[in-house]
Design a protein around this ligand. Structure first.
Ligand code: KG4
Ligand code: ZN
Length: 333
């Protein structure tokens, strides 16, 4: 079984091939154009996908040393994501499906982040999944492949947005997560105690209050020269913000695992590349004797390898789709 996968939900145009042997190729092109706007511009994303997609798919096939004839099915991100961006990938995949007669596999991008953990390892079911990406923060109980029960989600900003928005206040370029991670390593987590919202209740998350707390802290502490203040305190603030976000994520993960009596835990999504989160997850696993899986950083952020492995698992379960599949912008299970 060999799956060609296409991902175009946001600002990464990506394609990959996954087969019985594992991941055979994984090609990604990140659209730099959005940086100057401080966020993803949907129309520019669609156009860039359109310009890049055929070359990226060609490269993925070439690097896998396979041709379209060797492929058994075409997996494509169906949502959630930007409508125009998703349409480019979906239309391209449908065209390939018509041309080759190979079936389609419509893939949920958020679920694919979770299944990215299967690229390098083979986690056991049932497991608990924490997906932390730029648009989603979700805790899910997974009893068997594609049997998901949503336990908690964010009520406002996602964890990735919390990094990006607070980073913006500190003058970091979009997306601020990776730079915040680097700077936090040299800062002091105890410099400021930022709020940990909803830490004591339930399994939902809330991160919008943190953004306001950081905004007020900088306004009140900076005085006349904000630039000078940020230069002197940026690393400490990054460390304290990262500590607040990762404390909440780890506390909720631990609570969910205890409540639902699960000892296999999967963390994924762009924010799971974060070093502080990875270190705290490791400590939690050691403290409780649990198995915690996190993909290598290159499979945490958006990529088509995760779409390909999810497609492979769907194909193995016989869950093929037809040409009628439509894109969706918001998460649906
Ligand atoms: O999963 P992803 O690549 O795309 C979405 O599906 O949203 O996640 C992107 C998010 C961005 O908010 C980015 O700032 C964040 O992941 N991110 C990080 C790190 N690397 C990426 N956040 C914290 N630390 C990182 N090392
Ligand atoms: Zn993503």
């Amino acid at each position: 079984m060999r799956i060609l996968a296409i991902e175009s939900s946001c600002d990464e145009t990506a394609a990959a091939v996954y087969g019985d042997e594992g991941l055979l190729s994984n090609v990604i092109s990140s659209q730099e154009i959005h940086r100057e706007y401080g966020g993803v511009v949907p129309e520019l994303a669609s156009r860039a996908h359109d310009a890049l997609i055929s070359e990226i798919v060609r490269k993925a096939l070439d690097r896998s040393q396979l041709s379209l004839r060797d492929i058994d099915a075409i997996a494509v991100t169906q949502g959630p994501g930007l409508m125009g961006a998703l349409l480019v990938g979906l239309c391209f995949a449908k065209g390939l499906s018509v041309q080759t007669g190979k079936p389609l596999l419509g893939i949920n991008h958020i679920d694919a982040h979770m299944y990215a953990n299967f690229i390098e390892q083979k986690p056991e079911f049932p497991f608990l999944s924490l997906v932390v990406s730029g648009g989603h923060t979700q805790l899910t109980l997974v009893t068997k492949p594609f049997e998901h029960r949503l336990l908690g989600k964010t009520r406002d900003d996602a964890a990735g947005e919390a990094f990006d928005k607070t980073g913006k206040i500190l003058g970091l370029p979009y997306p601020a997560g990776p730079e915040m991670d680097r700077l936090a390593a040299t800062g002091n987590i105890h410099s400021v105690r930022f709020p940990r919202a909803m830490l004591k209740d339930g399994l939902d998350f809330s991160f919008s209050g943190l953004k306001t707390a950081v905004l007020y802290h900088v306004r009140d502490a900076a005085g006349e020269d904000k630039e000078e203040f940020l230069r002197a305190h940026r690393a400490d603030l990054c460390a304290s913000i990262s500590d607040a976000i990762t404390d909440v994520l780890i506390t909720k993960l631990e609570r969910a695992a205890i409540t639902h009596k699960v000892s296999h835990l999967l963390i994924s999504g762009g924010v799971s590349a974060n070093s502080m989160l990875r270190a705290k997850a490791k400590d939690l696993a050691a403290k409780r004797g649990w198995n915690i899986y996190i993909p290598s950083p290159k499979y945490c952020t958006d990529n088509a390898g995760m779409i390909a492995v999810t497609g492979y698992m769907k194909a193995r379960a016989g869950l093929f789709d037809g040409l009628e599949i439509k894109p969706f912008t918001r998460y649906k299970s």
